[in-house]
Design a protein around this ligand. Sequence first.
Ligand code: 5GP
Ligand code: ZN
Length: 113
Amino acid sequence: MECIFCKILSGDTPANIIYKDEKVIAFDDIFPKSPVHKLIIPKKHIATLNDVTEYDSDLISHMLFVAKTLAAKYEIAESGYRIVINCNPDGGQVVYHLHLHLMGGKTLNCKAH
Ligand code: 5GP
Ligand code: ZN
């Protein structure tokens, strides 16, 4: 198993896990680019957004729901935040297990990540 996020899911690689349910987990980004920088990932290994099918639409909307819930929990809902999904090399994707970045806690510049 080469996927670093699958290793976090299995517990083989440590991470500061802040949320867990039957479909997703969320944890702190190891190299935060903002004061709040969380990653929300599906338990199911999906490499990129390109690999999402119509059967995953509930999962994707659930990831967004978890993101907005965590934004409130980490007190950036009112000040504002950014949700980012990078896809493939030109999109800046480095880890090929679908993930949503939740970033906030400062005024973010135009660059997404
Ligand atoms: P991407 O560029 O693929 O959208 O973002 C991958 C993110 O995962 C990066 O922000 C990077 O800092 C984070 N990351 C990479 N490896 C690890 C890891 O082992 N643990 C954690 N917590 N985050 C990681
Ligand atoms: Zn994976």
